[in-house]
Write a protein that binds this ligand. Structure first.
Ligand code: CUA
Length: 364
């Protein structure tokens, strides 16, 4: 289980309120060291929880671009930490060194200190230059189109509220799960079918707005295999927060296998339920929006292509794990699972829902 920021703040809050409650009846003095130690322990516990396995963390980079951004972040963090330590150090030194020792003795008055004034103007200016130079360099570096001629182009179309990924090199279309090979530059070109969205995979690179009427791009080369979580990062309507996706980084050979399998038409369902489900699919409202190659073609391409849906990890743009029970729930109460989704709930019997779910899962 992930420790969420809410858990952490709740715990710290409990520690602090516990402290305040204990303190209340004690009038003045006593136990302050214990209390300070308790607060420090609570803060340390909170900070310690920050080291959890957060899957959408930009400070655990897994691509060349993300490493550049993280390095820049580190540089700025160290400068900021240095400034903090120096400023707080001087502050505390001043507080202790010049604290009131003899009551009512007037402090010495003086005006101005040329050296100090030049110092505290010049030093921050130099620090800002030291931060600005690498920042501007990285901005230009990550903003230009990739120069890698061997880059794999992936076209992204953002829709309310899911993602379509196409691979022109292979004439292949899929949804919500972008498979890519490790170690090869990916040239992501993105468009929106409707409103403003934003493409963001924190561990693989920066954010890019997906703007209707123009093509934006981002590139990165993943340096390790695995599943990386992405999220729409620009408010785009009711289901914005449920517009997730996954980037599945594979060894080149596994990626080629996936491409090969994905290019085939949907396999024939093997079970009786699955075969019945194919019939339900082809004769219900599903085919209005969804294509399953080899079974039925969408009348209008509104919804994700479901040809190899059974091999996908999640349902509804990353909301539910892909299994029979969740699929039945999704089909039966779409608007409950993902309020605002453009997929209407279709009237079906329990049996038909289960058959449909079996059919979708058997299309691996
Ligand atoms: Cu799409 Cu937010």
């Amino acid at each position: 289980m992930y420790r969420t920021p809410t858990d952490i703040s709740n715990r710290a809050l409990a520690a602090l309120t516990g402290l305040a409650a204990r303190r209340a009846p004690v009038s003045g003095g006593g136990g302050s060291c214990v209390e300070i130690a308790a607060v420090v322990a609570a803060l340390a516990a909170g900070l310690g929880a920050c080291g959890g396995p957060y899957p959408q963390s930009a400070v655990h980079p897994a691509s060349d671009m993300a490493v550049k951004l993280d390095d820049l972040f580190d540089q700025i963090l160290w400068w900021a930490a240095g400034v903090f330590v120096v400023v707080q150090g001087i502050l505390f030194y001043t507080l202790f060194r010049f604290r009131e020792k003899q009551a009512r003795r007037r402090p010495r008055e003086f005006h101005g200190h040329t050296l100090l004034e030049i110092g505290w103007t010049l030093v921050p200016a130099l620090i800002l230059v030291a931060i600005a130079v690498p920042t501007i360099r990285v901005i230009f570096e990550v903003d230009r189109p990739t120069t890698d001629e061997n880059a794999l182009v992936v076209e992204v179309e953002a829709r309310r509220w899911w993602w379509e990924f196409s691979y022109p090199e292979y004439d292949l279309v899929t949804a919500n799960e972008m498979h890519i090979p490790v170690g090869r530059t990916i040239d992501v070109r993105m468009r929106s079918a409707d409103v403003l969205h934003s493409f963001w995979v924190p561990r693989l690179g920066g954010k890019r707005d997906v703007v209707p009427g123009r093509e934006n791009h981002i590139w990165f080369k993943a340096d390790s295999t695995g599943v990386f979580l992405g999220q729409c990062a620009e408010f785009c309507g009711v289901a914005h927060a449920l517009m997730g996706f996954r980037v599945i980084v594979q060894d080149p050979s596994e990626f080629q296998e996936w491409v090969g399998a994905s290019l085939l038409d949907a396999p024939r369902p093997t079970s009786a339920d699955g075969r019945a489900g194919a019939g339900v699919f082809a004769t219900s409202a599903c085919v209005g929006c969804h294509t399953v190659r080899g079974v039925a073609t969408a009348q209008q391409g509104f919804g994700p292509d479901l040809t190899h849906f059974g091999s996908r990890l999640t349902i509804g743009a990353g909301i539910l794990e892909n299994n029979v029970d969740n699929l039945v729930t999704w089909l039966d109460s779409t608007q409950h699972v993902k309020p605002g989704a453009l997929m209407p709930e279709v009237e079906m019997s329990e049996e038909q829902l289960r058959q449909l779910a079996r059919f979708l899962l058997e299309m691996r």
